[in-house]
Design a protein around this ligand. Structure first.
Ligand SMILES: *Cc1c(COP(=O)(O)O)cnc(C)c1O
Length: 357
């Protein structure tokens, strides 16, 4: 079979999604399944939909369009603020978008009116992580503006933490979101259907057992796909962490000196080799697999037990194979973190093989 290839076990993703949908459902929280790391894979999205998620979220309109083009129906949310130049496409393919800017809301409304649709919007509030979000003090003004737009329906409010600054969702910031939701409802005399508390980083907070307040939905990607929570990257009990495997092929296997020789300067990616502790003098087996930074993030790959990653350039990944004898042509399989998964999924050089294992 061709390499490098990303083997995707759809049943394991389905198990993870169903398990999280059930556990969160018991606390009154619905799940939007975030598919952005899958490059709009119809097979993965349909597995998520069959597992009880209430919507599919993606950060790229291209992925949502790809899904629609493949005949995937069901509710879809654009989870990155729309580009003003793409508002027509957003209204045409997504049911909902997350928003922070009045100018974008104005364009979405115009596009919706022109297309004879009503586009639903969630207003994102900044609660300290300093990525997207309306400052809490400005929320009422944006709500008022949204309510005046004929093409829009205000579905709710939301926030996103733990992405830019690693700010953990906790009792204080989640209570603030709940308070803001109730305040908007009181001031404007309406009901917000959705209070979207965040992403996979919210799971510790949910299962910590405290008051979840008004939060009734989370947008989950990493926890569903990789079975781990993103704050400390610990595996979540009962979930599969191996739904994805990256299989590579060995193109060189030799015994070489452990220390480079010659006039040592910067390597291709700016590191002064060797990185880490100085190798013991002598010679060691040294293996190259045909995989590079164009295919996956080498820092996010876990090699098989006993093997170690020595370094990577655009097209070569160097391994110390430990005590295993690795012949040219052998396949070596890696586990991936979210960053490596994202790049492998979006690399045209990596073949995706989806199966029910
Ligand atoms: C990526 C993303 C998510 C999903 O995050 P995970 O940590 O993968 O669960 C949720 N919301 C927004 C706005 C995102 O960009």
């Amino acid at each position: 079979m061709t390499a490098p290839r990303l083997e995707v076990r759809l049943d394991r993703i389905g198990h993870n999604a169903r398990t999280l949908v059930e556990r969160l459902g018991a606390r009154g929280i619905a799940v939007t399944g975030v598919a952005k790391a899958t490059l709009g894979s119809p097979a993965i999205v349909q597995v998520l939909q069959a597992s009880g998620v209430v919507a599919i979220g993606d950060s790229r309109i291209e992925n949502i369009e790809r899904l629609r083009g493949a005949g995937v129906v069901g509710r879809m949310t654009l989870i990155r603020s729309p580009m003003p130049s793409q508002t027509d496409r957003v209204v045409a393919s997504a049911d909902v978008s997350l928003n922070t800017e009045i100018d974008v809301l104005a364009r979405l409304s115009e596009a919706a009116v022109a297309q004879g649709r009503v586009h639903e919007v969630v207003l994102m509030v900044e609660l300290g992580d300093l990525r997207e979000g309306i400052m809490p003090g400005d929320l009422d003004a944006v709500v008022a503006d949204t309510l005046d737009r004929p093409g829009l329906r205000l579905l709710g409010i939301g926030t996103n933490l733990a992405c830019q600054s690693g700010v953990a969702p906790d009792a204080a910031n989640m209570a603030e979101l709940s308070t803001l939701a109730s305040r908007v409802e009181d001031r404007f005399g309406l009901v917000l259907d959705l209070v979207s508390g965040g992403n996979s980083a919210n799971l510790d907070w949910v299962f910590g057992g405290g008051d979840i307040g008004r939060i009734n939905e989370l947008r989950l990607g990493e926890s569903v796909l990789l079975g781990c929570e993103p704050l400390r990257r610990t595996p979540i009990e009962g979930l599969h962490t191996d739904a994805f495997t990256l299989v590579t092929e060995v193109i060189e296997s030799k015994v070489k000196p452990t220390v480079a020789w010659g006039d040592i300067n910067q390597s291709a990616f700016g590191e002064i080799a060797p990185v880490g502790p100085a190798p013991l003098p002598g010679s060691r087996p040294r293996v190259i697999v045909a995989l590079g930074r164009q295919d996956a993030d080498p820092d996010g790959l876990t090699p098989p037990p006993g093997m170690a990653i020595l370094g990577a350039s655009s097209d070569h990944l160097l391994l110390d194979p430990g005590s295993t004898r690795v012949a040219v042509g052998t396949e070596v399989a890696f586990q991936l973190d979210y960053s490596a998964l994202l790049r492998a999924m979006t690399s045209p050089f990596v073949t995706k093989v989806e199966s029910w294992s």
